[in-house]
Design a protein around this ligand. Structure first.
Ligand code: TYC
Length: 104
């Protein structure tokens, strides 16, 4: 029997489907606040999300004006680690900067 042929024997076993499927992707969304400095947000975007200075400035201004903005899209574990890094660096510097994850 061919386990990859969905025509045969009820199709691919659920465990195998779980192993071979693409990982779900998550948007890391940066949220605006009134206290974090624009310079720090740019620093975070360059350091944690590998943005150029120009891209970081554009994203920061967009978040400042619109309330939120996407920093990047990653598999769940990477997205979560990036969000934790943002929160811990912000806390170290006394800023309330937050980001959120949203499944694509
Ligand atoms: N609104 C902040 C200010 O005026 C700047 C800022 C931008 C803060 C983006 C957070 O995610 C943010 N200093």
């Amino acid at each position: 029997m061919d386990p990859f042929n969905p025509e045969i024997e009820g199709g691919i076993d659920e465990d195998i489907q779980e192993i071979i499927k693409e990982p779900s992707m998550f948007k890391v969304i940066l949220l605006n606040d009134d206290y974090t400095t624009m310079e720090f947000v740019i620093e975070i975007l360059m350091l944690v999300f590998a943005k150029s200075l120009e891209a970081a400035m554009e994203i920061m201004l967009n978040v400042h004006q619109q309330g939120s903005g996407i920093c990047g899209v990653y598999p769940h574990e990477i997205a979560e680690t990036k969000a934790e890094t943002v929160h811990s660096l912000a806390r170290e510097r006394g800023f309330p900067l937050r980001c959120a994850l949203e499944e694509v």
